[in-house]
Design a protein around this ligand. Structure first.
Ligand code: BG6
Length: 459
């Protein structure tokens, strides 16, 4: 990784959570466009209408002083369906956006896969359940790498493989049997890992100066008590919620603990002889870290149970809230800034790769106050405490090269519409009425502007 002296102060969004314009200019439907949304909740149709506000948004980023913008491409805007033919209008949308970012001195940092893919690929062959999806992803990556060569020099293969591969809309919605579902999740995850390695190798060929890595939803799991059983439960949880995927990204293989866990439950994926060479043939340049809160684990014998498990269905461990940490309505596992320090240290000890915080933020239900402003002091406090930990890691010599809060503007939540918001910029819309999607800077905007200006020396 070419770590420069310039620390990359950034901010994040993803395509389906902001763009809107879900079916225009040749865009195909994405899995997130057809997902059933509860009555009265916002969906992807308009989101923040970034598609029509992109210039204003980049101007706000420039005013904020961003060095990098961690954004997503919508696969179905670039390649709408199984014919794998690129959509020129889709590429043109990103051309204007990328070019304007560069003009403003903001480095585009692009995620290829963030929780969604063209629905046509799911309909045609089952999406990630099939190996055909690996070729489709590689084709999409190739189109992007070639088209944006020299303009986009930092890429993310997959955002949060752990969460992405458990998404029910990846053709698993109708599988009720928990064992069957688990089996598919690990098979899908394996296909994603193969696709990711092919993308690493492809970028080296197409643009050797560019860099690429995965983004992990790091899971900082403490034992609920000092009972040895709980300690093992917490270790297993971190292994199966985080490290098994990063081990494949970096080392091309499962850790002994993950292999044993999967084998014992007959969940090891089906493989093919040529896979080992693909998985061992390439490595990422960096690891992106998404972190919101920590959790605790306690040992418990129970059958697989998707209803009560938090993210992860395990039969020997239960993930619970951290009793020592403050909680809020939407951050109900426990806010834990030190967890970020703890989690990133573990990542560095295990992988020795440069790291960037790609997401970190606080969800709150917000409306505009009578004075027309949003005084989000709670968010400032949250970000401040987490940035302190990042600065500490830097001081101690860990190669952390950037920090991107989630999110630059309020985005459509992955599952809760606009009822919870994370942005530095407020989007004036309700769940059901997009209005004009007016942008209003929150207090945290000015605060973060100062942080960037002082390079993190004034928090
Ligand atoms: C991360 C995702 O997991 O968490 C984002 O990468 C997401 O896409 C964020 O929005 C917050 O989660 P949620 O469910 O509150 O939107």
């Amino acid at each position: 990784m070419k770590i420069t002296d310039t620390f990359l102060w950034g901010a994040s969004t993803s395509a389906f959570q902001i763009e809107g314009a879900y079916n225009i200019d040749g865009k195909g439907l994405a899995t997130t466009d057809v997902r059933k949304v509860p009555e009265g909740m916002a969906d992807t149709k308009v989101a923040t209408d970034h598609y029509h506000h992109w210039k204003e948004d980049v101007d706000l980023m420039a005013e904020l002083g961003l060095k990098t913008y961690r954004m997503g491409f919508s696969w179905s805007r670039i390649i709408p369906d199984e014919t794998l033919v690129p959509n020129e209008k889709g590429l043109a949308f990103y051309d204007q956006l990328i070019d304007y970012l560069l003009e403003k001195g903001i480095e585009p940092f692009v995620t290829l896969y963030h929780f969604e893919c063209p629905q046509a690929l799911v309909d045609a062959f089952g999406g990630w359940k099939s190996r055909k999806m690996i070729d489709a992803y590689v084709r999409y990556a190739e189109v992007c790498f070639k088209h944006f060569k020299g303009r986009v020099t930092k890429w993310v293969t997959v955002n949060e493989q752990f969460i992405a591969t458990a998404a029910p809309d990846l053709a698993m919605e109708y599988i009720k049997d928990p064992y069957e579902r688990s089996k598919w999740i690990y098979q899908i995850s394996y296909h994603v890992s193969l696709a990711e390695h092919k993308a690493f190798a492809l970028l080296r060929e197409i643009d050797p100066d560019a860099e690429i890595g995965p983004v992990s939803s790091i899971q900082v799991v403490y034992p609920l008590t000092s009972k040895p059983e709980d300690i093992i439960a917490a270790q297993e949880a971190e292994e199966m919620e985080e490290f098994y995927m990063l081990d494949i990204s970096v080392y091309g293989e499962y850790s002994p603990a993950a292999y044993t866990w999967l084998k014992k439950r007959n969940l090891l994926p089906e493989t093919q002889p040529e896979d080992a060479e693909i998985l061992h043939g390439s490595k990422p340049d960096f690891i992106g870290v998404n972190y919101y809160f920590s959790t605790c684990a306690k040992a418990e014998e129970k059958p697989f149970d998707f209803e009560t498990s938090f993210f992860w269905a395990a039969d020997d461990c239960r993930i619970v809230a951290n009793p020592n940490m403050p909680k809020t309505e939407w951050m109900n596992m426990g806010i834990d800034p030190l967890g970020l320090y703890n989690g990133m240290r573990k990542i560095y000890e295990r992988y020795r790769l440069p790291m960037i915080v790609t997401e970190n933020g606080m969800a709150v239900s917000e409306t505009v106050g009578e004075d027309g402003c949003i005084h989000d002091t709670y968010r400032i406090e949250y970000l401040q405490k987490h940035i302190e930990q990042v600065m500490k890691l830097k001081r101690e010599g860990y190669p952390v090269f950037g920090y991107c809060p989630w999110s630059f503007i309020d985005v459509l939540s992955s599952h809760q519409g606009f009822s919870k918001r994370y942005g530095l910029v407020f989007i004036d819309r309700t769940e059901t009425d997009p209005k004009e999607c007016r942008r209003i800077k929150k207090d945290s905007f000015a605060w973060y502007q100062k942080v960037i200006e002082t390079d993190g020396n004034q928090l």
